[in-house]
Design a protein. Sequence first.
Length: 94
Amino acid sequence: MSDCAKGVPCKKWGRLSAAKKKTISAAKVAVTFTKSMAVWAASGMKVMSKADHAKRFATCCSCEHMVGHTCTRCDCLAYAKTKLATEKCPVGKW
């Protein structure tokens, strides 16, 4: 199990260019989160089982798009997104 999956912040910032780091903005994260919450609420707030959530999050933690606990493809907070049954990986890994 990776450190990320254990709840230890990932240390992948060094791999990204300064331009890519700047694309992860609080405003973009807020918009993505709000849209996801609306879809999730409309679905009846279904969540993944603990086992399925753990698998999803472990997949994210080993992904090249993960920086800390944020996915650089969709700007989500992966731990939360992987719990929601309505969410999908932007690169199709789960």
